[in-house]
Each structure stands twice: as C-alpha cells, then as structure tokens.
Design a protein around this ligand. Structure first.
Ligand code: EPU
Length: 286
C-alpha cells in the first residue's frame, strides 16, 4: 500500500495483539552494518526510527507509524551460538522461546522461564523482560549495540543499569546481540523446570492475542490482582476485553482497534486512581 506515495507495511501483521496501522517505511536488515547504515541514513534525513522485533509488547495506533520501522530478525540477527566460555551468543531477532530451547538442548540451564515469553531478544533486553522471578539482566554477560553516534560497541553487564521492565540505555542505543550465561545442568532437570514454567503459565495467562501484561506491577500489589479485585475482568470496549484469565492482560477478540484498547487502558487507570488511589503505569510501549 501507499501513504503520500510511499510504500507501507501494516503493523497489525507484526504485533502479537494484531493491531496497528501502517509503517511509513519498513526495513528488514540482515547484517549489523546494514542496520547501522539504515539508522545513519534515517538520522541524517531527520526520519524518526522505531525498532520492532516480535511486536509482543507494543500498541501501535490505528493511524500507524510515521517514519521508519526497522525489523531486525533475519541473517545475523537470528543467529545463535555458544562461545568458548560456554555462554550463549544470540542476535536480537532470536525469539526467547528459541533461546530457551537452544540452551536446554546444549545442557545449559536457567533459561527455562523464557519459554513463556513471546518476544525476541532485542525487545526483552530493552525492557528487561521477566517471569517466574527471573529477568533478562540476571543472565546477561554483555550487550553489543549501535550507539547514538552510529558506532557499534559492546558493554559488560556491570556497565549497564537495568531496572524492573526498563533499561534506559537501550532507548537510543539499539541492541544488536547479547551474550547470556546459564548453568550446566542435566537434561532431566532442565526439562522439569521447563514443564513447571509451562504448567504455571497455562492456567494463569490467556492464549488469545494480547501484548502480555498491560501494566507494570505497582510496588504494593500486582496489577492483575488489583484489576481483578475491582471486578474488571471481562470488561470490554468494542472488541478489546480485559482477560477473564488474568486481569493484567487485554485481549483482542478479533477486530479490536488500537483506539478501543487505549480506551480500555484509560478506563482501568482512571478506576484504579479513583477507587484504589493507585497509579498504573503501562508496561506496553504505546
Ligand atoms: N492475580 C489475581 N487475579 C488476576 C491475576 C493475578 O488475583 O487476574 C494474583 C495472582 O493470584 C498472584 C498475583 O496476582 O497472587 C500475581 O500474579 P501472577 O503470578 O500471574 O504474576 P504477575 O505479577 O501478574 C508477572 C509478570 C508477568 C509474568 C508473570 C509470571 C509483570 C507486570 N508481570 O505477572 O509478565 O509472566 O509474573 O512470572 O511483571 C509481562 O511482562 O508481559 C508479563 C506477562
């Protein structure tokens, strides 16, 4: 399709909640240098840049995205290997599920919790994704990224500040690849923990199209429990609903629009503020 004579790509094809208008420019680089070149070219022309991997934690508006969307998933971005220290090297386009199964297949434990995370390595680093009490930066050894001056650099874990669901340094520095550590373990133990994680998630998280948890957990109460206790499960606006299974998930019942999802988010935030004096901050990038 076209906007102003430019080719576009529908973002609903690239988000797990299956929502979002077109990207004005869409690029799929296969090497770190092609990525660097694209970023440089866009910055030179004043074209805004967004990096979208699996699109599992974003809400793209119905009007789409002005500027360039870079989708680093092929070629070097999807490579996985083990280095001489037994650490796993993964491109940002690798899905976390795949990283977890690769680690397991090589007898490296500690990655089992990633089986339930729908995102790619890149976005999961950017937001320090987590589950089952573990988060990405517990396992990061170093990250290679493109810095604000267009230079490819590597930083060790202890030089990076990582917080709950936020790594500020990866906002304008774009991660390209990361090295992760695990623990050598038996296939039996790894398999056991993998199944434990799967079982726990099965009954407690929806399988319908969603962007994962909508809000960050406030300090005093998990967002899901708070939303549940306000009786909002099943609440809908158009085709967007608060999941019946987990209060912190918004699911797309088919043809939901970003506007409907945003309206639902705002309704929840307003209620949490008025009835529970709690500010809910979105975890999803809007
Ligand atoms: N709860 C309810 N009602 C609900 C949902 C949850 O009462 O509708 C209660 C649960 O019974 C439990 C507590 O709230 O006592 C916490 O729920 P849960 O164990 O499901 O974990 P969570 O804090 O809601 C976090 C992460 C998830 C991750 C799970 C599992 C955040 C915002 N969420 O959820 O991550 O999968 O732990 O480890 O930190 C995501 O980041 O997108 C995400 C889904």
């Amino acid at each position: 399709g076209e906007i102003d004579g430019k080719i576009y790509e529908p973002m609903r094809k690239h988000t797990t909640i299956l929502v979002g208008g077109p990207a004005q420019y869409w690029f799929e680089p296969h090497s770190f240098y092609a990525f660097a070149f694209l970023v440089d070219s866009c910055r030179e022309r004043g074209i805004s840049i967004r990096i979208v991997g699996r699109g599992s934690n974003i809400l793209v508006r119905d009007g789409g995205i002005r500027g360039a969307v870079i989708h680093p998933t092929g070629g070097a971005f999807s490579e996985l290997s083990i280095d001489s220290k037994g650490h796993i090297v993964a491109g940002v386009g690798v899905r976390l599920k795949k990283l977890a199964s690769y680690a397991g297949a090589h007898g490296i434990g500690g990655f089992e919790w990633m089986e339930g995370i729908p995102g790619n390595v890149g976005g999961s680093l950017r937001m320090n994704a987590g589950a089952m009490g573990v988060e990405m930066f517990d396992q990061v050894v170093r990250v290679t990224f493109l810095d604000e001056d267009g230079v490819i650099r590597t930083r060790e874990r202890d030089e990076i500040l990582a917080f709950y669901r936020n790594v500020q340094e990866l906002r304008r520095n774009f991660a390209l690849q990361a090295v992760f550590k695990g623990k050598t373990d038996t296939h039996e133990n790894i398999k056991h923990r993998w199944h434990q994680s799967r079982e726990k998630r099965k009954g407690t998280q929806p399988i319908a199209a969603s962007a994962g948890c909508t809000f960050k957990n406030p300090e005093h109460i998990p967002a899901g429990r708070l939303i549940d206790s306000m009786g909002l499960k099943g609440e809908s606006i158009g085709q967007a609903s608060v999941s019946d299974i987990h209060g912190n998930f918004i699911v797309n019942n088919g043809k939901a629009t970003a506007a409907e999802i945003l309206a639902l988010i705002e309704m929840i935030q307003k209620k949490a503020k008025e009835e529970r004096y709690t500010d809910l901050e979105t975890e999803i990038k809007i």
